[in-house]
Design a protein around this ligand. Structure first.
Ligand SMILES: Nc1nc2c(c(=O)[nH]1)N[C@H]1C(S)=C(S)[C@@H](COP(=O)(O)O)O[C@H]1N2
Ligand SMILES: [Mo]
Length: 431
């Protein structure tokens, strides 16, 4: 399988026949091949196991990069945006899912979504206020938080706008730009429940209106503010200062963010500066003009928090090209905001028949799960797709089912089955 780093699904340029002839000529002159590609491979195998050129000179010194960086050969594996944004601070960048392996997103490739740019915050000056309907409101410094018992958990984060490009049918975009508002990190911080104990617990008046809600606010120019139902998040929510073992990156909320496992990305408030316990949801901008889903009958769904089960094949995917017939492992990721992934099925005939994929490792709660299915490509055009079922029994819907349930006005929470087309030349497209 060859791979191009072009953001769109333009077929990679085939080496021009002239440059190919030149290459073959050079190989032949070097005595490596008599004729075409297969012979080149055979020549490669027959070459005696000489010392590699890289073994003949000393390598680069330690501490060349005090903070390590990827190989320059991987320079194309970067976050990308699906479009030009009028305000660069109110934009998003997307994770290169086709180039990632396993389930953890490296920190430098975690997608970004900011509504008011990345603030520059001095951790020593930063404070978290916990107030409202609590017994003893308190201000926490970062040092205060670091003294408390810590917990590390692996969870996915998905923007509710992810894959919105496919509501009206195949967009032609590659998986980075259809599904790349998605990451999975090990988050470390303090349990929300521990912090609420630190302020003496939620006071009795909070139950007067049928339950406590939590208002979370960020210290960015957008002052992102969301209301969250306390009883539904208390068991799992974390206030985190670290991701994948190091302090949060500035773009992901440094020095502090809220992680609400399984809930839409927006509720995971970055640059967290306060948590206020209230007795009813506040109708903030993100609860009214944004993050509601307009249904076909004109009414809107509000406070839709959980991300429904979803899966996508990342390899092969648009931009990849199957170079030869034969065996390919179809690989992808699945996740659910309501629990674990129970099974993933894969089809290579457009959904006419399905078979069970292998799940790599134990499926973790509200985290990405890697799946794989064996496939022998015989060179005929194929439609490859995956379908996830989560621990609640929920099955990832087809696009037709999703549109029937929610119409075409909904921007958010698109989780339909995604199909890639493999044509006879081996080109993979989102068509
Ligand atoms: N304070 C603040 N928190 C925020 C945002 C923001 O703009 N400001 N964006 C939200 C949105 S819409 C998403 S999808 C996630 C993105 O998190 P990430 O940039 O770490 O991937 O953060 C959420 N938290
Ligand atoms: Mo988002």
């Amino acid at each position: 399988m060859s791979q191009s780093n072009t953001p769109l699904n333009l077929p990679p340029d085939p080496p021009s026949s002239r440059s190919r002839r030149r290459l073959l000529g050079r190989l032949a002159a070097g005595g490596l091949v008599a004729s075409q590609g297969a012979a080149a491979a055979a020549g490669e195998l027959l070459r005696p196991l000489e010392a590699a050129p890289s073994s003949r000179v000393p390598g680069a010194p330690v501490l060349e990069h005090p903070y390590g960086v990827p190989s320059p050969r991987e320079a194309g594996v970067v976050r990308r945006s699906a479009r030009q944004w009028p305000l660069p601070g109110a934009a998003s960048s997307m994770t290169p899912l086709a180039d990632l392996h396993g389930t953890i997103t490296p920190n430098g490739l975690v997608y970004e979504r900011h509504h008011g740019g990345v603030p520059d915050i001095d951790a020593d000056q930063h404070r978290l206020a916990i107030h409202g309907l609590v017994r003893t409101p308190k201000l926490f410094t970062m040092d205060d938080l670091l003294r408390l018992p810590a917990e590390s958990r692996i969870h996915f984060l998905e923007c509710s706008g992810n894959t919105g490009s496919e509501w009206n049918g195949p967009s032609g975009l590659p998986v980075q730009l259809t599904h790349g508002l998605l990451s999975c990190c090990e988050w470390t911080g303090v349990r929300l429940s521990t912090l609420l104990e630190e302020v003496g617990g939620v006071s009795a008046q909070s139950n007067a209106n049928g339950g406590a809600w939590l208002l979370a606010e960020g210290a960015d120019a957008a002052a992102m503010t969301r209301s969250l139902p306390l009883d539904r998040i208390l068991e799992r929510a974390l206030v985190v200062y670290a991701q994948n073992g190091e302090r949060l990156r500035p773009e992901n909320g440094y020095p502090l963010r809220l992680i609400v496992p399984g809930f839409e990305g927006n509720t995971n408030v970055k640059w967290l500066r306060r948590l206020k316990v209230v007795d009813a949801p506040l109708q903030t901008r993100e609860e009214t003009s944004k993050y509601t889903s307009l249904l076909a009958n004109g009414t809107a769904r509000q406070f839709v928090f959980e991300m429904d089960a979803k899966s996508v094949i990342t390899r092969p995917s648009p931009g990849h090209r199957l170079a030869t017939h034969g065996y390919y492992a179809i690989s992808g990721i699945a996740w659910s905001g309501r629990g674990t992934i129970r099974k993933v099925e894969v089809s290579t005939d457009g959904g006419a028949s399905w078979r069970l994929a292998r799940l790599d490792g134990a499926a973790r709660d509200r985290a990405l799960t890697r799946f794989e299915a064996d496939w022998r490509w015989d060179g005929a055009p194929a439609e490859i797709l995956s379908r996830a079922t989560d621990s609640t029994g929920y099955v990832q819907p087809t696009r037709a089912q999703l549109v029937a349930a929610r119409g075409l006005n909904s921007q958010y929470h698109y989780n339909a089955i995604q199909q890639w087309r493999v044509d006879a030349s081996g080109e993979v497209r989102n068509a």
